[in-house]
Design a protein around this ligand. Structure first.
Ligand code: ATP
Ligand code: MG
Length: 424
């Protein structure tokens, strides 16, 4: 026997027993996004490598070591998207969606990063992202945060996540702060962990992100980015906090919050949980006013976020939500009744839109069909044998609850089912 081919490490199949939960989540998120007037955009999964290098930044973990980059048959360097923002900006710019107008957009789909796979961290993972363009004030920052807060309510996660905020100022603020931070960290370099020592040279702000206890101790007395912000950035941040206060959204200002992507400035935020171990960030975003111009467009203010769907699913699974069964009615065919049973199933699909009618295929004994009916999760089985066919009737057998089975004439079946399924 030849060796079986398996999936690629860190790239997961999402099996039928899980897709119900994914669809439930996607429907909830879609409804919340629609309630704020956001529109969906769909971008390709593969882009030119330069798009990500120029946006995410050459000296970032993603670009330096996580991208799936390859030459296609023409020798062009292509990359499986590691995130959606860059593609979204590219698409909007390419199709003139940013000219003299505002946009509120969302997307969903797989992203690819060559990381070390573990719970909550995969090589193919899924994000739902939101990007807004053309609005520079703190009002839109507050709106996207309110939208996420509403999402957690819709998903039953409001008690599990908390909001952290910071302001990164503009690039001049960050440059001045970077110098001060580097000067300070150099004095304490021996107390830093190895990763942070490397980051000190190449992207010192990422040291703020370190989880290492020694490094965190050093950071306690480090210069604070908040003291380096320009007046406008400070006013923007105060404006955002005032709007969140007025909306009753709790948050914590985390002066160490920086993002692993270069394009962020001013507002950054994360929704974090302590229920997922080290992979605690379920949603992350912020303002990126410089990115559109950096990719060749006119200066355009922008703010957005992305959430990790797998991490949300892990959180929701902890709550053990009740999902509706994939099948409502299981139709059993005993004996030479196939054409008639198939016709009845089609009629019921017309009569009961939104209900799942599964027809037993492949014959078999009453016992084995009954077993399958039970296993399907259906609330009702319909049994049609040759006697029922002759008397133009159907045996209706409730599979859950107390109701008795009863013989119903064929033209009454649909209304009988409506009554039986009423509280499913
Ligand atoms: P982390 O610090 O966990 O590596 P990140 O800063 O790299 O996250 P972003 O690029 O901001 O993450 O992506 C937004 C969200 O996408 C994250 O908050 C997380 O929920 C999810 N995410 C990122 N990378 C992965 C991954 N490899 N596997 C699963 N989810 C991920
Ligand atoms: Mg990462």
């Amino acid at each position: 026997m030849s060796k079986k081919i398996t999936s690629i490490r860190g790239m997961n199949d999402i099996l039928p027993e899980q897709t119900g939960l994914w669809q439930w989540l996607e429907a909830k998120v879609g409804a919340v996004l629609a309630s704020y007037g956001y529109q969906e955009i769909r971008m390709p999964i593969v882009e030119q490598t330069d798009l990500f290098k120029r946006s995410i930044g050459e000296v970032t973990d993603i670009v330096e070591k996580e991208m799936y980059t390859f030459d296609d048959r023409n020798g062009d360097s292509l990359t499986l998207r590691p995130e959606g923002t860059a593609s979204c900006v590219r698409a909007c710019e390419q199709h003139g969606l940013l000219y003299n107008q505002t946009q509120r957009l969302w997307y969903t789909g797989p992203m690819f990063r060559h990381e070390r796979p573990q719970a909550g961290r995969y090589r193919q993972f899924h994000q739902i992202g939101v990007e807004t363009f053309g609005m520079s004030g703190p009002d839109i920052d507050a709106e996207v945060i309110l939208l996420t807060a509403r999402l957690w309510k819709a998903l039953g996660l409001a008690d599990k996540v908390t909001l952290e905020l910071n302001s990164l100022g503009d690039s001049a603020d960050r440059a001045r702060y970077r110098d001060a931070l580097v000067d300070y960290l150099k004095i304490h370099v021996d107390a830093l962990d190895g990763d942070s020592q490397k980051r000190l040279e190449r992207s010192p702000l990422r040291v703020l992100d370190s989880k290492d206890p020694g490094t965190r101790e050093v950071l306690k007395d480090a210069p604070q980015l908040a003291d380096y912000l320009n007046d406008e950035a400070v006013a923007h941040f105060e404006g955002l906090k005032a709007l969140l206060d007025a909306s009753g959204i709790a948050y914590k200002v985390n002066p160490y919050l920086v993002r692993g992507l270069d394009y962020y400035g001013k507002t950054v935020f994360e929704w974090v949980t302590d229920a997922l171990g080290a992979q605690g960030t379920v949603c992350a975003g912020g303002r990126y006013d410089g990115l559109v111009e950096q990719l060749g467009g006119k200066p355009t203010p922008a703010v957005g976020f992305a959430m990790g769907v797998e991490r949300l699913i892990l959180l929701i699974e902890q709550e053990k939500p009740e999902l509706s069964a994939p099948v409502d009615v299981y139709v059993m065919a005993m004996g030479d009744v196939l054409a008639s049973t198939m016709a009845l199933s089609e009629q019921l699909r017309d009569a009961l839109p939104g209900r799942a009618i599964q027809l037993h295929c492949g014959g078999g004994s009453f016992k084995s069909q009954m077993k399958k009916a039970d296993r399907s999760g259906a609330a009702v089985a319909l049994i049609i044998g040759e006697d029922e066919l002759a008397s133009n009737s159907v045996m209706v057998k409730p599979l859950r609850g107390q109701a008795e089975q009863q013989q119903v004439s064929r033209d009454q079946v649909a209304s009988e089912l409506v009554a039986l399924l009423a509280d499913n």
